[in-house]
Design a protein around this ligand. Structure first.
Ligand code: KG4
Ligand code: ZN
Length: 342
């Protein structure tokens, strides 16, 4: 029998410091996530310098806890994997430095992971065997991307946002409505009591065959709706009723989900996909999950969605994807750098 491959994954691309130990790409031995959302809430978004400092404080305890919970010592770990792109470079560098240090002192291979590809992998955690080709929709705070997925190592980008990411739009609209950060969960909560048909916010589809996204228009539409075209209106948070806020949240959420689902359908048709994968922080949204399920039931696609706890940033997805790189012998060296794009 082959030996089990244990990989320690590290994730620090934005405002979560995370570490996990995953065996053979799918057996989750531990997952530790230290969220910084409380630190950034007062600013309505992630402040890179604050994120970087918090990662420095959290990284050692988070890694230690992940090893302890997995009941592993360094001798049980076969490789150290880290998300090195894309993300905030001052945040990524903390995870990358920790991973390089451990790789060097433990004498274990180092594996570099693309954070967005890892989000894709989170949809496959419980279901590694899928019918290909697949289309993956990755929706997060920094990215909104569609991929043609043939293997874990070679996803091909089909389209992405040309301005704001979907999660960014949720966060900014929440700020306009005076709802707490992070905006996605706040909007979803407020929308529960709202009417999604109350306001007809724009659904930007771009060209007929385009698989790119644009969410800055809807964000501006909500802003103008609340403050007036001249931005002098007084319809700010203080003067809006709870019902008005709920109706705007529900109408905004429905418009964003409509675009995401329509573009995913378009991508699946263009690539003859059999399966659809959904991952990233916004994939935690219940309406998106339900509407995509409807599409798949109707059009006979298999739908795989990351478990809610693995939609937002975590290190399980990093360690899981790293297993495929480990098997393919794709290792990084100590010159590995963090990159904002990728
Ligand atoms: O993947 P993620 O944890 O971090 C990045 O890689 O960016 O995604 C965070 C984003 C935030 O914009 C947050 O508002 C959004 O995911 N989000 C949601 C929900 N939960 C988190 N958006 C909509 N509905 C949710 N339930
Ligand atoms: Zn992410």
């Amino acid at each position: 029998m082959e030996n089990v491959i244990n990989i320690l994954g590290i994730e620090t691309s934005c405002d979560e410091t995370a570490a996990a130990v995953v065996a053979d790409g799918g057996i989750i031995k531990s997952s530790v996530v230290a969220s910084q959302s409380g630190l950034h809430a007062q600013y309505g978004g992630v402040v890179p310098e604050i994120a970087s400092r918090a990662h420095i404080e959290n990284i050692y305890p988070v890694i230690s806890e992940a090893l302890q919970k997995a009941d592993c010592t360094k001798d049980d770990i076969d490789a150290v994997a880290v998300a090195n792109q894309p993300g905030l470079t001052v945040a990524l560098v903390v995870g990358v430095t920790a991973a390089k240090t451990l790789s060097m002192t433990w004498q274990k291979p180092l594996i570099a992971i693309n954070h967005l590809h890892a989000h894709m992998q989170s949809a496959l955690l419980g279901n590694p065997d899928i019918e290909l080709p697949a289309v993956a929709l990755i929706v997060s705070g920094g990215h909104t991307s569609l991929y043609d997925y043939h293997s874990p190592l070679e996803p091909k980008l089909l389209g992405c946002t040309i301005d704001d990411a979907a999660g960014e739009a949720f966060d900014k609209v929440a700020m306009i409505l005076g709802l707490p950060y992070p905006g996605g969960p706040s909007i979803e909560k407020a929308a529960k009591d709202g009417n999604p048909k109350a306001f007809d916010f724009p659904r930007t589809m771009l060209d007929k065959n385009s698989l790119d996204f644009s969410f800055s228009g809807i964000k501006t539409a909500v802003l103008y709706h609340c403050r007036g075209q001249d931005m002098k209106g007084d319809n700010t948070t203080g003067s809006m009723s709870k019902q008005q806020i709920a109706d705007i949240a529900a109408s905004f959420q429905k418009a964003v989900v409509d675009v995401l689902v329509k573009k995913t359908k378009r991508a699946a048709e263009q690539t003859d996909a059999k399966t659809i994968l959904l991952g990233g922080g916004v994939a935690a949204n219940s309406l998106l999950r339900a509407e995509l399920q409807k599409l798949c039931d109707h059009s006979n696609y298999e739908l795989l969605i990351a478990e809610k706890r693995y939609c937002t940033d975590n290190a399980v997805m990093v360690a899981s994807l790293a297993y495929h790189k480990f098997k393919a012998g794709l290792f990084a060296n100590l010159s590995l750098e963090s990159k904002a794009n990728g």
